[in-house]
Write a protein that binds this ligand. Sequence first.
Ligand SMILES: [Zn+2]
Length: 155
Amino acid sequence: MKDTLKPKFLLTENLNRLAKWLRMLGYDAAIYKSISFHNMIRLAKKERRIILTRSNKQAKSSLKFSRILIKTDNHLEQIKELKGVITFNEQYTFSRCLLCNKQLYGISREKVKDLVPEFIYENQTDFKVCKKCGKIYWQGTHYKSMMAELKKILL
Ligand SMILES: [Zn+2]
């Protein structure tokens, strides 16, 4: 398995969309639901994550932890804000579940035959699966347009 792309992130729940785009790039972008800010800091320190937050108050906290204040609401603008912190590296894309942030594993085309639409089965060769949620991934048109957006911003 490839090394994890660094840095790792911990996002507040209102940055769910940004988290998906970071996972798209291969970043470990965790969201822990319904936890206090205090616990977020504790976990971020323990797991060596940078906290991404939309809250000025959290960003200005005098407590010691790594944080970045996200200033905009649009996920593509948010990606722009992280330019310099994150990079586009093809080696890591298509490697992480967009829903649960777990590493994806390769799965043979035969094994997914009854699990994906026939059109997808006929036209795709490279499939991956998340062992946690069972979602099957392939690089379809939606995936490719997301990639194109990311390249435009980061390359
Ligand atoms: Zn998953």
